[in-house]
Design a protein around this ligand. Structure first.
Ligand code: F6R
Length: 367
């Protein structure tokens, strides 16, 4: 049932191109000009009246929401807040009838997320669920559902569910952008075309895991490491860091690259691995200066970037891994994959139970 793969996690990483295709299928018109979400009850009138959006989830789904926020704010210009579900209820969140709440949950059974959904509804919000399980408690209780079509996810560490959630967010943001007229038809079809290219780009990356595997074996000997990135890269390294902790048991922290010098830089010493995600061209120069800050303290730096920046970055880092080029907004759908593989191979190198990490359950039904 692992389809020839050694672990469910590796199988599920490789199922991501299919998960992208399945999640997009039937939701983009034939001309590639519009996103269609006939399953939504949310009316155009309601969409035009949305004043703010709150995205609530736990763990990896929370990290997908961080990317969702960028997509919605950039394409639709509606203010978005992200909340960890276990915190949401206890901060007296400000909800009005013009608030849209989006809950994200692979299993649809996470107790904290379900409780947050109910709290949001009690306060009068319309709740949209992005979930992978049609008949789940969260899908049943939500006012609207966008189903991700990742297929069953068995490994405790979430991979294809996360990336399918990204696709769902991109689709929903494009849909809102069209209804509210916040983007031109040209921009919308440009984003759609780039989304449609993602599965093949991902396949090309998955065909060459060797460099990441070798690097994973190298870091598997360390007890601490750091991830840095700015903007969307920061959102993605938070997921990379969680994945690594979860299955390799290596302690890591993900930092907004510009925040390091406000304290954490004190932990950087000779030989400590730092993984820099540098895919966002608009902030590349700034990230490079942060890379130099850690490099000057002796960090052993690996950068993930686009082909065109490899030569330039090699002046400041020890290793570079290139990923295919897409729109900056869509890059997380590609850039997270080397981080998933890194965690997988680091866990493997340490002899851990990759699919069933210690202390963790696939579905967390207690608050
Ligand atoms: C990490 C992981 C967890 C889940 C979290 C929420 O790999 O899988 O962090 O993302 O427990 O689960 P769902 O999405 O089922 O609500």
């Amino acid at each position: 049932e692992k389809g020839g793969f050694e672990h469910f996690m590796l199988k599920e990483i490789h199922e991501q191109p299919k998960a992208y295709r399945d999640t997009m299928r039937g939701r983009i018109d034939e001309a590639g000009k519009h996103v269609v979400l006939p399953e939504l009850k949310l009316s155009c009138e309601q969409i035009k009246n949305i004043r703010n959006i709150q995205i609530i989830a736990c763990g990896t789904a929370y990290h997908a929401g961080l990317v969702g926020r960028h997509a919605i704010e950039q394409l639709v210009r509606i203010p978005v807040e992200n909340d960890v579900a276990s915190e949401y209820r206890y901060r007296s969140p400000i909800v009005t009838p013009e608030t849209l709440v989006i809950v994200v949950s692979q299993s649809g059974e996470t107790a904290d997320t379900l409780a947050a959904l109910r709290e949001a509804q009690r306060n009068g919000a319309h709740v949209l669920a992005i979930t992978n399980v049609v008949g789940s408690s969260i899908a049943r209780d939500a006012d609207d559902v966008i189903v991700t079509l990742a297929g069953p996810e068995i490994a405790v560490a979430s991979t294809k569910a996360y990336t399918s959630q990204l696709i769902a967010f991109y689709l929903f943001a494009l849909y809102l952008a069209e209804v509210r007229g916040s983007q031109t038809p040209e921009v919308i079809s440009q984003v759609i075309a780039a989304m449609q290219a993602l599965p093949e780009q991902l396949e090309s990356m998955l065909a060459k895991p060797e460099a990441i595997k070798a690097y994973a074996e190298q870091i598997s000997k360390h007890e601490h490491l750091f991830f840095i990135g700015r903007g969307l890269d920061y959102a993605v390294v938070q997921e990379g860091s969680l994945k690594l902790k979860e299955i390799s048991y290596i302690h890591s922290e993900a930092y907004a690259a510009g925040e390091l010098k406000h304290g954490t830089l004190a932990l950087i010493e000779d030989g400590i691995p730092v993984i820099a995600l540098a895919t966002q061209d608009a902030v590349l120069e700034k990230t490079v200066s942060n890379i130099k800050e850690v490099g000057a303290r002796g960090a052993d730096i690996m950068a993930i970037t686009h082909e065109e920046h490899v030569t330039g970055l090699l002046k400041s880092v020890n290793q570079v891994f290139a990923i295919p080029k897409t729109l900056p907004l869509l890059t997380p759908a590609l850039s997270v994959v080397p981080l998933q593989l890194l965690s997988y191979y680091a866990s493997l190198a340490r002899g851990n139970d990759v699919d069933k990490p210690r202390n963790l359950a696939k579905s967390v039904t207690v608050e």
